[in-house]
Design a protein around this ligand. Structure first.
Ligand SMILES: Nc1ncnc2c1ncn2[C@@H]1O[C@H](COP(=O)(O)OP(=O)(O)OP(=O)(O)O)[C@@H](O)[C@H]1O
Ligand SMILES: [Mg+2]
Length: 262
Protein backbone atom coordinates (compact mmCIF):
# COMPACT_ATOMS: atom_id res chain seq x y z
CA UNK A 1 0.00 0.00 0.00
CA UNK A 2 1.23 3.48 -0.91
CA UNK A 3 -0.29 6.49 0.82
CA UNK A 4 0.50 10.07 -0.10
CA UNK A 5 0.02 12.84 2.47
CA UNK A 6 -0.01 16.40 1.13
CA UNK A 7 -1.41 19.86 1.81
CA UNK A 8 -2.47 22.99 0.01
CA UNK A 9 -0.14 25.03 2.24
CA UNK A 10 -0.14 26.63 5.66
CA UNK A 11 1.74 23.81 7.44
CA UNK A 12 -1.36 21.99 8.72
CA UNK A 13 0.51 18.93 9.98
CA UNK A 14 1.40 16.76 6.95
CA UNK A 15 4.75 15.71 8.36
CA UNK A 16 3.35 15.08 11.84
CA UNK A 17 0.55 12.98 10.35
CA UNK A 18 2.78 10.97 8.01
CA UNK A 19 5.36 10.36 10.75
CA UNK A 20 2.70 9.47 13.32
CA UNK A 21 1.21 6.96 10.90
CA UNK A 22 4.62 5.42 10.20
CA UNK A 23 5.38 5.10 13.93
CA UNK A 24 2.08 3.33 14.63
CA UNK A 25 1.73 1.38 11.36
CA UNK A 26 0.81 -2.27 11.96
CA UNK A 27 3.22 -3.68 9.37
CA UNK A 28 6.67 -2.95 7.97
CA UNK A 29 6.68 0.55 6.60
CA UNK A 30 8.83 3.13 4.85
CA UNK A 31 8.22 6.84 5.43
CA UNK A 32 9.54 8.75 2.41
CA UNK A 33 10.17 12.49 2.64
CA UNK A 34 9.28 13.63 -0.89
CA UNK A 35 8.44 17.22 0.07
CA UNK A 36 9.65 19.41 -2.82
CA UNK A 37 10.42 22.16 -0.28
CA UNK A 38 13.43 20.81 1.62
CA UNK A 39 13.19 21.10 5.36
CA UNK A 40 14.76 17.93 6.81
CA UNK A 41 11.98 18.19 9.38
CA UNK A 42 12.10 14.55 10.48
CA UNK A 43 15.89 14.31 10.46
CA UNK A 44 16.35 17.46 12.50
CA UNK A 45 13.20 17.01 14.58
CA UNK A 46 12.03 13.54 15.56
CA UNK A 47 15.40 11.95 14.71
CA UNK A 48 17.20 14.78 16.54
CA UNK A 49 19.85 15.56 13.98
CA UNK A 50 20.68 12.00 12.97
CA UNK A 51 23.46 12.24 10.32
CA UNK A 52 22.14 11.47 6.86
CA UNK A 53 25.37 9.69 5.88
CA UNK A 54 24.92 9.41 2.11
CA UNK A 55 21.29 8.37 2.30
CA UNK A 56 18.10 9.99 1.05
CA UNK A 57 16.68 11.19 -2.25
CA UNK A 58 19.82 13.14 -3.22
CA UNK A 59 22.07 10.08 -2.96
CA UNK A 60 19.43 7.99 -4.72
CA UNK A 61 19.31 10.46 -7.61
CA UNK A 62 23.06 10.06 -8.03
CA UNK A 63 22.66 6.33 -8.52
CA UNK A 64 19.88 6.93 -11.06
CA UNK A 65 22.25 9.22 -12.98
CA UNK A 66 25.28 6.92 -12.72
CA UNK A 67 24.63 3.57 -11.04
CA UNK A 68 27.19 2.86 -8.34
CA UNK A 69 28.21 -0.80 -8.12
CA UNK A 70 28.20 -0.69 -4.32
CA UNK A 71 24.62 0.56 -4.21
CA UNK A 72 22.95 -2.44 -5.77
CA UNK A 73 21.19 -3.41 -2.54
CA UNK A 74 18.08 -1.38 -3.32
CA UNK A 75 16.12 1.47 -1.88
CA UNK A 76 16.42 0.42 1.76
CA UNK A 77 20.18 1.10 1.55
CA UNK A 78 19.26 4.78 1.27
CA UNK A 79 17.08 4.80 4.37
CA UNK A 80 17.57 5.22 8.12
CA UNK A 81 15.86 3.45 10.99
CA UNK A 82 12.88 5.40 12.31
CA UNK A 83 12.39 3.25 15.38
CA UNK A 84 14.89 0.54 16.19
CA UNK A 85 12.84 -0.96 19.01
CA UNK A 86 9.57 -1.47 17.15
CA UNK A 87 8.21 -4.92 16.45
CA UNK A 88 7.81 -3.98 12.78
CA UNK A 89 10.66 -2.53 10.77
CA UNK A 90 10.10 1.19 10.25
CA UNK A 91 12.49 3.00 7.91
CA UNK A 92 12.85 6.60 6.80
CA UNK A 93 13.98 7.89 3.40
CA UNK A 94 15.38 11.42 3.93
CA UNK A 95 14.25 14.12 1.52
CA UNK A 96 15.87 16.76 -0.60
CA UNK A 97 18.67 18.83 0.87
CA UNK A 98 18.68 21.72 -1.62
CA UNK A 99 15.88 23.94 -2.93
CA UNK A 100 16.48 22.95 -6.57
CA UNK A 101 16.83 19.23 -5.91
CA UNK A 102 13.15 18.48 -6.50
CA UNK A 103 13.41 20.04 -9.96
CA UNK A 104 16.45 17.94 -10.78
CA UNK A 105 14.61 14.83 -9.53
CA UNK A 106 11.61 15.40 -11.80
CA UNK A 107 12.70 12.75 -14.32
CA UNK A 108 13.21 10.13 -11.62
CA UNK A 109 9.85 9.83 -9.88
CA UNK A 110 8.99 6.83 -12.06
CA UNK A 111 12.18 5.04 -10.96
CA UNK A 112 11.38 5.77 -7.33
CA UNK A 113 7.78 4.59 -7.81
CA UNK A 114 9.12 1.31 -9.27
CA UNK A 115 11.27 0.87 -6.17
CA UNK A 116 8.28 1.57 -3.94
CA UNK A 117 6.43 -1.15 -5.88
CA UNK A 118 9.26 -3.60 -5.22
CA UNK A 119 9.11 -2.82 -1.50
CA UNK A 120 5.37 -3.36 -1.42
CA UNK A 121 5.81 -6.69 -3.17
CA UNK A 122 8.14 -7.57 -0.30
CA UNK A 123 5.49 -6.60 2.25
CA UNK A 124 6.64 -3.07 3.08
CA UNK A 125 4.01 -0.33 2.90
CA UNK A 126 5.04 3.18 1.89
CA UNK A 127 3.87 6.49 3.32
CA UNK A 128 4.92 9.54 1.31
CA UNK A 129 5.18 13.02 2.82
CA UNK A 130 4.60 15.06 -0.35
CA UNK A 131 4.54 18.34 1.57
CA UNK A 132 2.66 21.30 0.26
CA UNK A 133 1.61 21.35 -3.35
CA UNK A 134 3.79 23.45 -5.60
CA UNK A 135 3.25 24.64 -9.17
CA UNK A 136 4.19 21.22 -10.57
CA UNK A 137 1.57 19.43 -8.49
CA UNK A 138 2.14 15.96 -7.09
CA UNK A 139 4.52 13.62 -8.91
CA UNK A 140 2.21 11.75 -11.30
CA UNK A 141 4.24 8.54 -11.09
CA UNK A 142 3.60 8.37 -7.34
CA UNK A 143 -0.09 9.28 -7.60
CA UNK A 144 -0.56 6.51 -10.21
CA UNK A 145 0.57 3.89 -7.67
CA UNK A 146 -1.11 5.40 -4.62
CA UNK A 147 -4.05 3.93 -2.78
CA UNK A 148 -5.10 7.32 -1.54
CA UNK A 149 -3.89 10.90 -1.59
CA UNK A 150 -4.71 12.18 1.89
CA UNK A 151 -4.94 15.94 1.85
CA UNK A 152 -4.32 17.41 5.29
CA UNK A 153 -5.95 20.68 6.32
CA UNK A 154 -6.69 22.75 9.38
CA UNK A 155 -10.28 23.69 9.98
CA UNK A 156 -10.14 27.49 9.73
CA UNK A 157 -11.21 29.63 6.80
CA UNK A 158 -7.74 30.54 5.43
CA UNK A 159 -6.78 26.86 5.34
CA UNK A 160 -10.05 25.88 3.69
CA UNK A 161 -9.81 28.70 1.14
CA UNK A 162 -6.32 27.52 0.16
CA UNK A 163 -7.54 23.93 -0.08
CA UNK A 164 -10.44 24.94 -2.30
CA UNK A 165 -7.98 26.56 -4.72
CA UNK A 166 -5.87 23.39 -4.81
CA UNK A 167 -8.75 20.95 -5.12
CA UNK A 168 -9.24 21.05 -8.92
CA UNK A 169 -5.59 20.13 -9.44
CA UNK A 170 -5.73 17.37 -6.82
CA UNK A 171 -8.97 16.03 -8.27
CA UNK A 172 -7.53 15.98 -11.80
CA UNK A 173 -4.37 14.25 -10.61
CA UNK A 174 -6.23 11.51 -8.78
CA UNK A 175 -8.93 11.06 -11.41
CA UNK A 176 -6.28 10.02 -13.91
CA UNK A 177 -5.24 7.26 -11.52
CA UNK A 178 -6.94 4.69 -9.34
CA UNK A 179 -6.00 6.63 -6.19
CA UNK A 180 -8.77 8.12 -4.11
CA UNK A 181 -8.58 11.67 -2.79
CA UNK A 182 -9.36 11.81 0.92
CA UNK A 183 -9.37 14.37 3.70
CA UNK A 184 -7.54 14.54 7.01
CA UNK A 185 -8.61 17.43 9.22
CA UNK A 186 -5.93 18.48 11.70
CA UNK A 187 -7.73 19.97 14.66
CA UNK A 188 -11.35 19.68 13.59
CA UNK A 189 -13.73 22.07 15.35
CA UNK A 190 -11.31 25.00 15.33
CA UNK A 191 -13.79 26.32 14.28
CA UNK A 192 -15.39 24.13 11.59
CA UNK A 193 -16.15 20.50 12.21
CA UNK A 194 -14.37 17.87 10.15
CA UNK A 195 -17.66 16.40 8.95
CA UNK A 196 -18.91 19.80 7.74
CA UNK A 197 -15.64 20.40 5.91
CA UNK A 198 -15.79 16.98 4.26
CA UNK A 199 -19.39 17.58 3.21
CA UNK A 200 -18.64 21.04 1.81
CA UNK A 201 -15.62 19.83 -0.12
CA UNK A 202 -17.31 16.56 -1.11
CA UNK A 203 -14.35 14.52 0.05
CA UNK A 204 -14.36 11.30 2.07
CA UNK A 205 -13.17 12.01 5.61
CA UNK A 206 -10.22 9.80 6.44
CA UNK A 207 -9.58 11.24 9.91
CA UNK A 208 -10.40 14.07 12.27
CA UNK A 209 -7.16 14.46 14.23
CA UNK A 210 -7.44 16.15 17.61
CA UNK A 211 -5.56 19.33 18.42
CA UNK A 212 -2.84 18.11 20.76
CA UNK A 213 0.28 20.30 20.86
CA UNK A 214 2.26 18.12 23.28
CA UNK A 215 2.07 15.13 20.93
CA UNK A 216 2.46 17.16 17.74
CA UNK A 217 5.64 18.76 19.16
CA UNK A 218 7.19 15.30 19.56
CA UNK A 219 6.43 14.51 15.92
CA UNK A 220 7.26 17.86 14.32
CA UNK A 221 10.05 19.14 16.55
CA UNK A 222 11.48 16.13 18.36
CA UNK A 223 10.28 17.47 21.71
CA UNK A 224 10.58 15.21 24.73
CA UNK A 225 7.53 12.92 24.80
CA UNK A 226 4.93 13.78 27.42
CA UNK A 227 4.09 11.15 30.02
CA UNK A 228 1.97 8.36 28.52
CA UNK A 229 2.50 9.50 24.93
CA UNK A 230 0.62 6.50 23.57
CA UNK A 231 -2.47 7.53 25.56
CA UNK A 232 -2.50 11.08 24.18
CA UNK A 233 -5.46 12.04 21.95
CA UNK A 234 -3.42 12.69 18.78
CA UNK A 235 -1.31 9.55 19.18
CA UNK A 236 -4.40 7.43 19.70
CA UNK A 237 -6.11 8.95 16.65
CA UNK A 238 -3.04 8.37 14.48
CA UNK A 239 -2.74 4.81 15.78
CA UNK A 240 -6.35 4.01 15.00
CA UNK A 241 -5.98 5.56 11.52
CA UNK A 242 -2.84 3.45 10.96
CA UNK A 243 -4.74 0.32 11.99
CA UNK A 244 -7.65 1.21 9.72
CA UNK A 245 -5.43 1.90 6.71
CA UNK A 246 -2.83 -0.76 7.41
CA UNK A 247 -5.56 -3.33 7.81
CA UNK A 248 -6.71 -2.84 4.22
CA UNK A 249 -5.82 -5.41 1.62
CA UNK A 250 -4.80 -3.66 -1.54
CA UNK A 251 -5.84 -5.66 -4.55
CA UNK A 252 -7.61 -4.45 -7.61
CA UNK A 253 -10.81 -6.19 -6.53
CA UNK A 254 -10.96 -4.43 -3.19
CA UNK A 255 -9.99 -0.96 -4.41
CA UNK A 256 -13.64 -0.31 -5.00
CA UNK A 257 -14.19 -0.63 -1.24
CA UNK A 258 -12.23 2.57 -0.65
CA UNK A 259 -15.44 4.08 0.59
CA UNK A 260 -14.58 2.52 3.96
CA UNK A 261 -12.37 5.54 4.61
CA UNK A 262 -15.30 7.89 4.67
N1 LIG B 1 -2.93 17.88 15.60
C1 LIG B 1 -2.09 18.87 15.96
N2 LIG B 1 -2.25 19.51 17.14
C2 LIG B 1 -1.43 20.52 17.50
N3 LIG B 1 -0.41 20.97 16.74
C3 LIG B 1 -0.21 20.37 15.56
C4 LIG B 1 -1.03 19.29 15.09
N4 LIG B 1 -0.55 18.88 13.89
C5 LIG B 1 0.52 19.66 13.63
N5 LIG B 1 0.74 20.55 14.62
C6 LIG B 1 1.81 21.55 14.69
O1 LIG B 1 1.76 22.31 13.51
C7 LIG B 1 3.08 22.68 13.09
C8 LIG B 1 3.30 22.20 11.66
O2 LIG B 1 3.30 20.78 11.67
P1 LIG B 1 4.01 19.95 10.49
O3 LIG B 1 5.45 20.35 10.36
O4 LIG B 1 3.70 18.53 10.70
O5 LIG B 1 3.19 20.53 9.26
P2 LIG B 1 3.47 20.40 7.68
O6 LIG B 1 2.13 20.46 7.04
O7 LIG B 1 4.35 19.24 7.41
O8 LIG B 1 4.28 21.76 7.40
P3 LIG B 1 5.22 22.12 6.12
O9 LIG B 1 4.31 22.29 4.94
O10 LIG B 1 5.85 23.42 6.55
O11 LIG B 1 6.18 20.99 5.95
C9 LIG B 1 4.04 22.04 14.09
O12 LIG B 1 4.38 23.00 15.06
C10 LIG B 1 3.21 20.91 14.73
O13 LIG B 1 3.63 20.62 16.05
MG1 LIG C 1 6.16 19.04 6.44
Amino acid sequence: MLIICASAGGSPGVTSTALGLALTWPREVLLADCDPHPSQAVLAGYLRGMPVGGRGLGALAETYRAPRPESSGGLLDFTLPLDEHAAHRRRFLPGFAHPRSALLFSGYWGRLADQFDDLQTGGVDVIVDAGRLDADGLPAALVERAWTVAVVTRSNLPALAALRLALPELTDATQLSSASLSLVVSGGGRPYSASDIARQLELPLLADLPWDCATADVLSDGALPPRKLTGRPLWRALHSLALKLGGQTVQSDVRSTRGVVS
